[in-house]
Design a protein around this ligand. Structure first.
Ligand code: FES
Ligand SMILES: [Fe+2]
Length: 439
């Protein structure tokens, strides 16, 4: 499919792709124009790997859960061979939704209308009164499949049959997090929020803690906004960490204590003093605390609204303890979430103004710029090619391009802001070109 490369003008792309000291944010219409939202639905949600849930939501053969990508309802179901598969939840007869409940367990899938029956692998196995039909076979009337892959227990779906494998999109995030076994974690709690803001405002908000002293006094006490670092990334992710201060052991109300909750498997002594933040392109945030993982799943519903599911994952052994009580971690993040959603909604409201033009990044926001570069790269149809600036210490000014012997933000440049970055940048460019040719 030809790419609609006119979604932003060359001038708009150039303005974003400059060094962050001179760059501007994405233009107003990226957050307000339904036409750009439609483009993102078509070119991002329908082409990229989209995280939709956890593999343990369908733990045994026949168990399933429903999800949606861009208004297409999908069923994720585990087969008798233990494989997780995904299908459009649409009967091939007259289009009825085959599964009604949000989740459940079935022996086979039977359409509630005229009782066509599909096996767990999507194949049609029973359709009464179809014997004499011409050009009809059970083989060609299976449920329509969707590509499904699992990484660290996170289920990703892709509506594009020609997309590269998930590992290509994740890049070196796979290696970066391989010391952890998030697949074994289980959900202790889940909350859904409707936020009247564009999904990119929410993603940008997750990228910085410039707003923390004022908006999140509770959070800023546990992890001061100027203690932390960004990672050099290669692929569809952004990440960094913040340092736990003083007596704080995790992010939780009442002083950030773990209340006896042990560290998760794979957590090192260094990790025990940090909270890691990962944005997994396009719509998932994974926040790794010493004793739990917090996940945000974004579903862009309209140009100005986003549904956000927030989930708290713990080690099963931690949850099995008789005195397990995650309420301090849940309440902490529910409070923080609501603080964030509030300013994102105000931002959506403010940027509707006829007077608003794209603003500027502070020196605390190169990571917001980094996310916007990913968006700009996708708008340009070029994969993830822009070199993103890495802040090695949040309490020190980011290096200037000439100090770091590199340039930032320009397509195809080869930055050297961290160990191994020349190789990383070269790999990113090579892969991006490969994927760009598909787009
Ligand atoms: S619509 Fe499903 S069996 Fe008729
Ligand atoms: Fe925040």
């Amino acid at each position: 499919m030809a790419l609609d490369s006119t979604i932003l003008t060359a001038e708009e792309l150039f303005a974003i792709r400059r060094d962050y000291r001179s760059a501007t944010l994405l233009p107003k219409r990226a957050y307000q124009d339904p036409g750009i939202h439609d483009w993102e639905r078509r070119e991002i949600l329908r082409r990229d790997w989209v995280p939709v849930g956890r593999a343990d939501e369908a733990p045994e053969p026949g168990s399933y859960f429903l999800t949606e990508i861009d208004n297409d309802q999908l069923i994720v179901i585990r087969g008798r061979d233990n494989e997780l598969r995904a299908f459009h939840n649409v009967c091939r007869h007259r289009g009825t939704a085959v599964a009604e409940e949000q989740c459940g367990r079935v022996v086979r899938l039977q359409c509630p209308y005229h009782a066509w029956i599909y096996d767990l692998d999507g194949s049609l196995v029973r359709a009464k009164h179809t014997d004499g039909l011409e050009d009809f076979s059970f083989e060609t009337f299976s449920l329509v499949g969707v590509r499904c892959e699992v990484w660290q227990g996170f289920v990703f779906l892709n509506l594009d049959p020609d997309a590269e494998p998930l590992a290509v999109q994740l890049g070196d995030l796979v290696e970066h997090l391989e010391r952890f076994d998030f697949a074994s974690l289980r959900s202790a709690h889940r909350v859904d929020y409707d936020v009247s803001a564009n999904w990119k405002f929410v993603a940008e908000n997750y990228q910085e803690c410039y707003h923390c002293p004022g908006l999140h006094p509770q959070l800023n006490k546990l992890t001061p906004y100027d203690l932390g670092s960004d990672f050099l990334t290669n692929g569809g992710w952004q990440g960094g960490y913040m340092e736990l201060a003083g007596e704080a052991e995790t992010m939780a109300l009442q002083g950030g204590h773990r209340d006896g909750r042990p560290a998760m498997a794979g957590i090192t002594p260094v990790d025990e003093r940090r909270v890691y933040y990962y944005l997994v392109w396009p719509t998932m945030f994974v926040s790794v605390h010493p004793d739990y993982v917090l996940v945000h799943w974004l579903s862009p519903t309209r140009v100005d609204s986003t549904t956000i599911r927030c989930q708290w994952l713990f080690e099963p052994s931690t949850m099995a303890a008789p005195d397990f009580d995650p309420s301090d971690a849940i309440a902490f993040w529910d409070l923080t979430n609501r603080q964030d959603w509030h300013v994102c909604e105000l931002q959506q409201r403010g940027t509707r103004s006829s007077t608003w033009v794209a603003g500027r990044y502070s020196t605390e926001e190169p990571s917001v710029h980094a996310f916007d570069l990913m968006v700009a790269d996708r708008y340009a149809g070029e994969g993830f090619v822009s070199q993103r600036l890495v802040r090695t210490r949040y309490d020190q000014p980011p290096p200037k391009p000439n100090e770091a012997n590199s340039t930032y933000g320009a397509t195809g440049t080869n930055g050297t802001t961290g160990a191994g970055s020349r190789d990383s940048a070269a790999r990113t460019s090579a892969r991006s070109k490969a994927s760009a040719s598909k787009r």
